[in-house]
Design a protein around this ligand. Structure first.
Ligand code: F6R
Length: 366
């Protein structure tokens, strides 16, 4: 059932190629520059009247939501908040007319997420769920359900459910942007062309997984690991750190790269591995400065960069490359490198990868 892979996690990392392809099927028209989400029970008018989005999620799904916040604000111009579900209920949330709550949960059974959704629904706030499990509890609690088509995920560490959640968040944000006149169909044509290239580009990353393995082995006994990213890559840095700590039991922290100098930099020691997402985009130069700050403390920089970047090698100790893509979509590629890094680190440390200690696939207690 592992189809020749040593672990479900490695199989599921590879399945992202088809999982993203399947999640897109029937939902995008490259010719028209349009997104079709027929499961979305909202009229064009309701989409235009949205004043605020509230995302509710836990763990890896919360990281997907954090990227979603950037997308809803940047593409569709809709104010978006995101909360960890176990916090949301206890802080007397303020609801507005025109608010939409989006719950993200791969299992559809996370108790904290269900409780937060019931809370917003009790105020008659429209609700939407993004989940991977048909017929799960969340699907009975919300007004609309968008399914990720990832197929069953057996490994406790979420991988293909995360990248397919991101895929749906991209589609939803672009759909809202179109309805609200924030993007043109012409722009969306280009966006869809780029998005359809992502599965093949993930395959290219998988074809070079040995380089990620070598890097993982070189740092498998580090005392602690840091992950830095800015803007769209900040949530990906958090996800890289969570993957590593969950399955390899190494201490790992993810930070917004610009926040490093406000405290965490004190933790850097000679040789501390600092994974920095340094793909080309509006914050690239700032990320290069962050890399220099890290190097000045003798820490070791592992950069994730585009394969056409000829500059990064001057600053980073190790460069792990991803195929060139638009800045907007590159998080879908960077995360695959981080999943592989976590996987091969755990493998080198002899950990129980598919069933890490103390963790369960779905957390049904609050
Ligand atoms: C991490 C992981 C957890 C889940 C979290 C929420 O690999 O799997 O952090 O993301 O427990 O689970 P769902 O998405 O089922 O609500």
């Amino acid at each position: 059932e592992k189809a020749g892979y040593e672990h479900f996690m490695l199989k599921e990392i590879h399945e992202q190629v088809s999982a993203i392809h399947n999640t897109l099927a029937g939902k995008v028209s490259e010719l028209e520059g349009t997104i079709y989400l027929k499961e979305l029970n909202m009229t064009e008018d309701e989409i235009r009247r949205l004043s605020r989005i509230q995302i509710l999620a836990c763990g890896t799904s919360w990281h997907a939501g954090l990227l979603g916040k950037y997308l809803f604000e940047q593409l569709a111009g809709i104010h978006c908040d995101i909360d960890i579900c176990s916090e949301y209920r206890y802080r007397n949330p303020v609801m507005d007319d025109g608010m939409l709550a989006i719950a993200i949960t791969q299992s559809g059974e996370t108790a904290d997420t269900l409780a937060a959704v019931r809370e917003v629904a009790s105020y008659n706030c429209p609700t939407l769920a993004i989940t991977n499990v048909v017929g799960s509890t969340i699907t009975r609690e919300v007004d609309s359900v968008l399914y990720t088509r990832a197929g069953p995920e057996i490994g406790v560490a979420a991988t293909k459910t995360f990248s397919t959640q991101l895929t749906l968040l991209y589609l939803l944000a672009v759909k809202f942007a179109l309805s609200r006149g924030k993007l043109s169909h012409n722009y969306v044509k280009g966006f869809i062309t780029d998005l359809r290239k992502i599965p093949g580009q993930i395959q290219q990353i998988l074809n070079q997984k040995e380089t990620v393995k070598e890097c993982a082995e070189a740092f498998a006994h580090a005392k602690s690991y840091f992950f830095l990213g800015r803007h769209l890559n900040y949530p990906i840095a958090l996800e890289g750190a969570l993957k590593l700590k969950e399955i390899s039991y190494l201490h790992a922290e993810g930070f917004a790269a610009g926040e490093l100098k406000h405290g965490p930099i004190a933790l850097l020691e000679k040789g501390t591995p600092v994974v920095t997402i340094a793909t080309k985009g509006q914050t690239y130069d700032k990320v290069l400065s962050n890399i220099k700050e890290v190097k000045a403390r003798d820490a070791t920089v592992i950069a994730i960069a585009g394969n056409k970047d000829t500059e990064i090698g001057k600053y980073a100790d190790v460069v792990l490359t991803i195929p060139q893509s638009s800045e907007l979509l590159s998080p879908l590629l960077s995360v695959v490198v981080l999943q592989l890094l976590a996987y091969y680190t755990a493998l080198a440390r002899g950990c129980s990868i598919d069933k890490p200690r103390n963790l369960a696939k779905s957390v049904t207690v609050e």
